[in-house]
Design a protein around this ligand. Structure first.
Ligand SMILES: Cc1cc2nc3c(=O)[nH]c(=O)nc-3n(C[C@H](O)[C@H](O)[C@H](O)COP(=O)(O)O)c2cc1C
Length: 203
């Protein structure tokens, strides 16, 4: 059993989304003590944007280079293919994914590698597997009366479906900007939902 843990906040291990995603990893480890965990931090700017050769390859009939971003992409895709479960920690940035996570997505959603283009559109090439997404947001985005749109959840659902990942579970700590009491309540709520979710998971 391999767990791939993607953490995409610029605040790294101190971040709220990392904290929640790490909790999910720990719950998975409690169920699968022999599992290995690959930690991939993508929020600190260390993952570059895709380069020109990679961009050209995305609309060509073959890869124009195996170096630069293509090599990084190959490594990240290998990690993803080797994972039985994926856990992603992500803040909401400007209603959607932070740039570090977007850069990772640009590297792994790759034509001929993780999807093909057929007569009827894109055809996924990866086998499905559980993907847990732990979201942290300053405001609220999923309750009645929320004052902001949520492009993060539908975006991740749509983009992961392209490569074959459809078994997505979203958990969140929302309202981190509303003060310590609200944060504590939001954390408690996320913990309760998480425990409940794992109680009902098949072994
Ligand atoms: C560049 C940037 C954009 C943000 N945009 C939003 C937003 O659109 N909606 C929101 O609720 N919070 C927004 N926030 C606040 C973060 O989502 C919030 O602080 C979150 O708890 C950070 O999670 P982290 O500790 O995992 O990084 C933004 C923060 C940053 C730095």
């Amino acid at each position: 059993m391999n767990i791939l843990h993607i953490s995409s906040s610029p605040r790294g291990r101190a971040s709220e989304s990392h904290r929640l995603s790490r909790k999910i990893v720990d719950l998975l480890l409690a169920r699968h003590p022999a599992a290995t965990v690959v930690d991939r931090m993508v929020g600190d700017g260390s993952l570059s944007h895709v380069d020109a050769d990679y961009a050209i390859s995305q609309h060509s009939t073959e890869d124009v280079s195996q170096e630069g971003t293509a090599a990084t992409s190959a490594e990240l895709i290998r990690e993803l293919e080797g994972a039985d479960i994926v856990v992603i920690g992500t803040p909401m940035h400007n209603f959607t994914a932070p740039s570090g996570l977007k850069a990772w997505i640009d590297h792994v959603v790759r034509v001929r590698w993780t999807f093909n283009v057929g007569h009827h559109g894109k055809v996924p090439l990866l086998r499905d597997r559980p993907v847990f997404v732990a979201v942290s947001s300053g405001g609220k985005f999923s309750e009645d009366g929320t004052r902001q749109p949520d492009f993060l959840t539908p975006y991740l659902k749509a983009v992961f479906a392209i490569i074959g990942l459809r078994d997505l579970t979203f958990l969140s700590v929302q309202g981190t900007a509303f003060g310590p009491e609200a944060l504590a309540a939001s954390r408690d709520q996320a913990d309760r939902i998480l425990q409940e979710h794992f109680r009902h998971l098949s072994p």
